[in-house]
Design a protein around this ligand. Structure first.
Ligand code: HEM
Length: 492
């Protein structure tokens, strides 16, 4: 049976339990010298945090809280993951069994729905291809016949060999972690790009930038986490590679106890989002306009800002429900909700990304479980400034440093993004043939998006979202090896 105590010491700590964190740095690196890197990485391994370490840390934090001591317990967690290019540089060319990992996120950008320019006929189109040639690096330059060029941040177009995650209770702790990484690996890597994640201040802690509480629902690996009412229990191999209970893909032996890490830099246009809610309130008899705007936001997500699910509290927020872990995830869109959007739109973000009974009821667990992902994101960027709020316009970059883990990128992140969130016909077998795009993350290569059922009194009617409120700035796919693989294969 999985896991043994050794397995828990082997799986890197962010994957299942996640770092407890206020701050997290993502250090995207390029390997300068493979031999030197392997030597240096050996020195870093003792500092890499395992699942067993996080179990102990979480217990220490609980004890610290119970003892009534003030302040946060000082903590730093470090994990490391590699892109396919990084593995190749280290001489590892084994097929990890994941076509999307192999291709990289850049190669999948168009299919993911990211915005970009394309040459439809495959011919050379000097008008627009030429300026791009000046800005972009080798990966794109080789695409002379008009391949897709996403509007991504430059570093993501460069060669990113890996990422080091440094998370902790404070900026100071994370800086100490960064210094350690720099000290040990500084001579063999070049830092390509660093993203500084930070939870939001005060009461907004744990809420993403649109204001909604995040980190509520995740799949459970029963033997490690137990599960709460309503939580979807997955076989461990859905998240952890090489664990046969849930992962049936043939992979090299050293890939056991690893996981694929998907990173996406998702900018959020918060003032524009708020303006849209303000201008398009849900109309319900007797409901004041501002509450109708708030309700539209809740129907975008499927939860209120507090985290309370609208399936259980459809017309007004319920902070008590939001806080109650026994109840706040215990719903499934079955019964009359299966074919009705009075409580929750079919296209709501949490319904698109975890359709629960929408799939389980007609199709069984095989339709749902392989697509479950472990999210470990953090917000980046400052609060909205008064000027931005006044002008309804984003002037400072902020958003979500989105991270998710799965044993299979094609079945996990890509499936959720492409076949669910971007697929207007999903979920299937509904009263409206086109539930539309996920209003939060659904992408249409930059085109406007239609969403059905946002207005309770006109469920077949569509709302047009003229812009994306979440804009992909790029990302990469990584493999997070086990700690034993770091000690053997990766440093051999
Ligand atoms: C749930 C926000 C991007 C997948 C949630 C929740 C919020 C949220 C507020 C509800 C809280 C919770 O259940 O934890 C956002 C924002 C995003 C974003 C603001 C972009 C800036 C994504 C992406 C994916 C995704 C890119 C995957 C492709 C999920 C999943 C859930 C979820 C699977 C849990 C659904 C459930 O089990 O009920 N998100 N999210 N999210 N999100 Fe996102």
């Amino acid at each position: 049976a999985w896991p043994t105590p050794q397995d828990l010491q082997d799986v890197q700590g962010d994957i299942i339990l996640g770092f407890p964190k206020r701050t997290e740095d993502f250090i995207f690196f390029n390997i300068q010298n493979a031999a030197a890197f392997k030597r240096d990485l050996k020195q870093l391994i003792p500092a890499i945090t395992s699942t067993a370490d996080i179990q102990k840390l979480r217990k220490d934090i609980d004890d610290h809280k119970k003892s009534g001591k003030h302040g946060l317990l000082k903590a730093v967690g470090i994990n490391i993951a590699f892109s396919v290019k990084g593995l190749e540089k280290l001489g590892i060319t084994d097929d990890l069994g994941d076509a999307s990992f192999k291709k990289g996120q850049l190669g999948n950008a168009s299919a993911l729905g990211d915005t970009g320019k394309t040459d439809s006929s495959g011919n050379f189109v000097p008008d627009w291809l030429e300026p791009f040639k000046n800005e972009i690096d080798g990966v794109i330059l080789t695409d002379s016949s008009g391949n897709f060029v996403p509007d991504w941040l430059e570093p993501f177009k460069n060669e990113i060999d890996g990422v080091i995650l440094v998370a902790g209770d404070s900026r100071e702790s994370v800086q100490e972690g960064d210094n350690k990484v720099e000290h040990v690996l500084g001579n063999s890597i070049k830092e390509v790009f660093k993203v500084k994640g930070q939870t939001r201040p005060g009461k907004e802690k744990g809420h993403e930038h649109f204001g909604f509480l995040d980190g509520i629902s995740s799949p459970a690996i029963d033997a490690v986490t137990g599960h709460l009412p309503g939580q979807i229990v997955v076989p461990p191999g859905v998240i952890i590679t090489g664990v046969t209970d849930g992962d049936s893909v043939a992979r090299p032996a050293w890939a056991k106890n690893g996981s694929f890490l998907v990173y996406r830099q998702l900018q959020q246009l918060v003032p524009e989002f708020n303006k849209f809610l303000h201008d398009n309130p849900v109309v319900v008899d007797g409901l004041p306009r501002d509450q109708g705007s708030e309700l539209l936001g809740a129907r975008f997500f499927g939860r209120w800002k507090s985290g309370a699910p609208i399936e259980l509290s459809p017309l007004k927020d319920d902070p008590e429900l939001a806080k109650d872990k026994q109840r706040n995830n215990n719903f499934d869109f079955s019964g009359e909700s299966f074919n009705d959007q009075t409580k929750c739109p079919f296209a709501a973000h949490i319904r698109k990304t975890n359709p629960r009974a929408d799939l389980l009821q007609p199709f069984g667990s095989g339709a749902l479980l392989p697509h479950m992902i472990m999210r470990k994101s953090i917000t980046y960027g400052p609060e909205v400034t008064p000027e931005e709020a006044k002008e309804n316009k984003t002037k400072v970059d902020r958003g979500l440093a989105f991270v998710c883990y799965q044993s299979n990128v094609v079945q996990g992140f890509e499936f959720v993004q492409e076949s669910w969130s971007n697929n207007t016909k999903f979920p299937p077998q509904k009263s409206v043939a086109q539930p539309g795009f996920d209003p939060i993350i659904g992408q249409n290569n930059g085109q406007a998006r239609e969403v059905a059922g946002l207005q309770i009194n006109n469920q077949a009617g569509n709302t047009t979202l003229p812009i994306e409120f979440v804009v992909s700035k790029g990302g990469a796919y990584f493999f997070t090896p086990s700690i034993s693989a770091l000690k053997t294969k990766l440093t051999a």
